[in-house]
Design a protein around this ligand. Sequence first.
Ligand code: SF4
Length: 267
Amino acid sequence: MLYRFFDKLDRKSFLHFHIWEFAYRSFFKEYARLFFRKAMLKHPIKTASGLMDYHRFVKSKKNLFPQYQKVLAIPDEETFADQTKKQKKSPLLGLGFCLKPIDPEDSTGSCPSGRANHECIYLEKGETQNICQGCAIYRIAKKSLELRCPVYIMTSAQDIAMDFLLPQIDKKIFPFAILLLCPYSVQAILPSLFICGIDAHLFAYDTGYCKDYKEWRLADLGTKEGRTTLSKESSEKLFELFGSLKNIPEISPQSFNREGNIFYPGE
Ligand code: SF4
């Protein structure tokens, strides 16, 4: 099978790119056509320079594959911290919908806002149900109010392109991001982040994640049974990172305002 060949090219860091298998699998998919047309063709200089930065990034890292499984900062932790402080801009918090609680046997054990969507009653109305107390999205979103970080529940690659990547490459709306996603997506999204000029911290799930393109694509189309979690170590690192961003806001807002699919802490 050809995808095995492209996977080998990734493993061998052929030309210092790790996107061969994903690019091959994505060739005719709607999200790839959209990104190619509205980001790469529309912004050829940003695309060329982003791909060169991505190439240098891959080249400079030894053993990058295990890092896809944990926490990865681009371009690096120091630059991310310096730039967010310098520009006084809170990063977008992108949280996968698969973090939502799910219990196929008992609806009270599942997210009341549904599964593969951008919705959350806490973000929308400030309301919670019992199940929300144990939900990572609730815990992280509460913190994001203090830090004035916009929150985005990530669903499909096409929506991520429309809501987050294209607004950044067109209008520089989200130059910084903290994203929680599966290790496969970490590897796949890196070139787009470089092309769009986004500095990011990427936290990979420890359990429940999609292990290959087939599972990833099913989740991309809205079918995902398992619930993902971060490891204790990554969770601590995430809250440490929040601690380092603390000087950004002056007064914490109490609720979010929704614009499109993004929830912004109110004034
Ligand atoms: S906090 Fe939001 S995402 Fe989490 S269970 Fe409650 S409604 Fe669902």
